[in-house]
Every structure is written in C-alpha cells, then in structure tokens.
Write a protein that binds this ligand. Sequence first.
Ligand code: HEC
Length: 197
Amino acid sequence: MASIVGVAICQLGISVLLAIISVYLYTQKVLMSDNHEEAHTGPIKTPKSFAWLVFLSFVGPIFIIIGLVNYVVSQTKPSAGAAPTAESVAARIQKVGAVQVRDANRPLKAGEDVYKAQCAACHAAGLAGSPKVGDKTAWSPRIKTGYEALLNSALKGKNAMGAQGGGEHNDTEIGRAVVYMANASGAKFAEPAAPAN
Ligand code: HEC
C-alpha cells in the first residue's frame, strides 16, 4: 500500500507541475494577445480549451499511473493456488539482514547421525567414485594418510565431494562422521571430543 501512496503523491506532483505549465502558457498567450491580436494561433485559444487542458493534465496522468500500478502489482501477486503459508509470510516479513542464530551449545550430533544425514547419499553405495563405507580395500590407502588428512578432505571437499559433503555441520560433527565411516572400514580412530566452550 505504501507504494501506491507514493505513486499518488508523485502523480499529484506531476499534475501540479503540468497545471503550472498550462497556466504559464495561458498567461503568456493572454499577455501576448494584449499586444498582438495575431498571437491567437496556439492550441489554447479560449478559456474553455484552457480548462480542458488543465483537466486533462490532472486526469491523464491518473490513468497512466493507475495503469502502471496495476501492471506492477499484478507482477507481484502470488500465482493462483499459492496460498500464503505461515512460513512464506514469515519469510516475507522478516527483517532485512536478519541474523541466523545457531546454537553453538546445542548437543553435537553423533558421527552415525551425520553420516546418515549427509554422507550416506554417496558413501553408502560408493557413488561418484567415493570410497564405499565398509569397503576396506578402498579405505585402507586413505586411512593410512591419517585422520587429519581425511578430516581435511571432508571439511574442504575433494574432487566430486563438496566441502562438508555439501552440508552445514559443525566441524566436530564432520570429524565424528569421518571417524564413524573410517572405523566402519577398518580404521581405529578415536572419536574427536567436543571442543571446550
Ligand atoms: C556428493 C557425494 C559425496 C558426499 C555427500 C560425501 N562424500 Fe565424501 N567423498 C566423495 C567422493 C567422490 C570421494 C573421493 C574423493 C577422491 O578421493 O577423489 C570422497 C572421499 C571422502 C573421504 C576420503 C578423503 C581422502 O582424503 O581420501 C572422506 C573422509 C569422506 N569422503 C568423508 C565424507 C563425509 C564425512 C561426508 C558427510 C559429511 C561425505 N564424505 C559426503 C563423495 C561424497
């Protein structure tokens, strides 16, 4: 609604401006006609046509603006059947630059849970050339590189694997998932402790 009010104010401004120009032109004509009779050649010859000009200068822009407003508003209307949900409303009315608060003290997920949620998509079946969990032959050369190296790959990504396997987990949780996966594939890594807060 605020935008419509703004447009209306703009329209008022434009109308006033046009009216002032019309009045100015008319008075020019009147002044000129005082001196030169032949100056009565412009489109504004009588007070009646002047009244028409003023009227149109007010009304014309109104229709143009109504048309524009309709056009703009129709663009932002939600499509048919897209009833606003509580979520979509909340998303629309949220503050600009809202801060997403993540609870740093939330209990960390266990490695197995992270694995199931984030890593199993590839590593359960060995998709995209990933070492399949439980496949000791695939894992043993990797396990030899050490936990830190594997954690680093998991955190930063490696070839077809995105950083954190594409997820948004806490680093310790990723570490636990790495340990879970590696230990299920022949390693004997110790579970990383939660960082002290
Ligand atoms: C999109 C598929 C995909 C997902 C999801 C994925 N990975 Fe991977 N992962 C791969 C691929 C592919 C490789 C093999 C990369 C290579 O060595 O070229 C790999 C390799 C690894 C390695 C061995 C890295 C090394 O240095 O040899 C670890 C550890 C690993 N992933 C952990 C994880 C963890 C933990 C998750 C979940 C948080 C995860 N991955 C999710 C595809 C995936």
